[in-house]
Design a protein around this ligand. Structure first.
Ligand SMILES: Nc1ncnc2c1ncn2[C@@H]1O[C@H](COP(=O)(O)OP(=O)(O)OP(=O)(O)O)[C@@H](O)[C@H]1O
Length: 265
């Protein structure tokens, strides 16, 4: 999101060389999915004379998370194209107009990222934006701290409090605020009842595909290329309500899977 904004706002990069350098530098600290989004933004907002050369130069970095092997390089190319096409479509552009390798029709129409598409199509309850004005001092402190984490890409926060002290109320305010900024929130809870109270919430086990039988090194049942993985990579806020009520194994399984899809330890 920030990269996109910079590229758009600066109106910079007068030459292909500076675009090339920028992508090379970005590849050292950005995840492949963020590079693909940046690439799509460059295609639309920068004056690049030879986008195909830029594609050739940065394809490897943009495809790293699709597990590049010689055997399935064509398939991987289609997946990268599909993702870039997805970003272009969201800004009203068509990948066919930029001289990149052809995206096959079957790939174009297939929704690899169903979960992500569904999440992006979610609205938010405008009334919930008003909740922030009713929060008590402790809720405001939690609200501000969590929002700060969201905006600065910081990590875990644990919210705790006795029953009925307004945790869900706080989450509703946060979910509306974050979704109103066009950022993704994945809202889950342990129980079906608690998850149904969260706006567009679902149970943690179903959202994260946590297996029923868990051992010391079990991972969640989604692949790196799946819509769930993409949804989680792009999520700005993941809420797991009532997490203290679960055993440690499901949390560790999700932790391992998140590390895997984010490529970190
Ligand atoms: N700041 C507030 N102003 C007005 N009502 C509030 C406030 N905070 C919470 N409430 C109300 O208090 C009730 C309990 O809040 P909530 O369900 O958010 O608590 P909780 O901590 O999630 O509870 P539990 O742990 O049982 O799930 C709800 O009806 C909620 O609307």
């Amino acid at each position: 999101m920030h990269l996109d904004r910079h590229v758009r706002l600066w109106g910079l990069f007068k030459s292909d060389k500076s675009l090339d350098d920028y992508l090379t530098e970005s590849a050292t600290f950005r995840m492949p999915y963020a590079l693909r989004r940046l690439f799509a933004t460059i295609m639309v907002f920068c004056d690049c004379a030879n986008i195909r050369r830029l594609w050739d130069n940065h394809f490897d970095s943009m495809s790293e998370d699709f597990g590049c092997t010689r055997d399935n390089s064509l398939r991987i190319e289609q997946m990268v194209l599909r993702d870039i096409s997805y970003h272009l479509t969201s800004i009203g552009k068509d990948i066919r107009h930029y001289g990149l390798p052809e995206l096959h029709e079957t790939e174009r129409s297939r929704d690899h990222y169903r979960e992500l598409t569904e999440e992006l199509n979610l609205g938010f309850d405008k009334d919930h934006l008003k909740i922030v004005d009713m929060l008590n001092a402790e809720q405001v402190a939690g609200y501000e701290e969590i929002l700060d984490h969201v905006l600065k890409n910081k990590q875990h926060l644990f919210v705790d409090g006795p029953d009925g002290t307004g945790k869900t109320y706080l989450y509703k305010a946060l979910i509306a605020k974050v979704r109103s900024m066009d950022l993704i929130v994945v809202a889950t809870a342990i129980s079906g009842i608690a998850s149904s109270i969260l706006p567009d919430g679902c149970t943690a086990h179903s959202r994260f595909k946590i297996p029923i039988k868990l051992s010391g090194n079990t991972m969640c049942s989604f692949t790196k290329q799946s819509g769930i993985a993409e949804l989680l990579r792009r999520a700005s806020l993941i809420i797991w309500d009532e997490v203290a009520m679960t055993k440690r194994q499901p949390i560790e399984a999700l932790d391992r899977s998140l590390q895997d899809i984010m490529g970190c330890e």
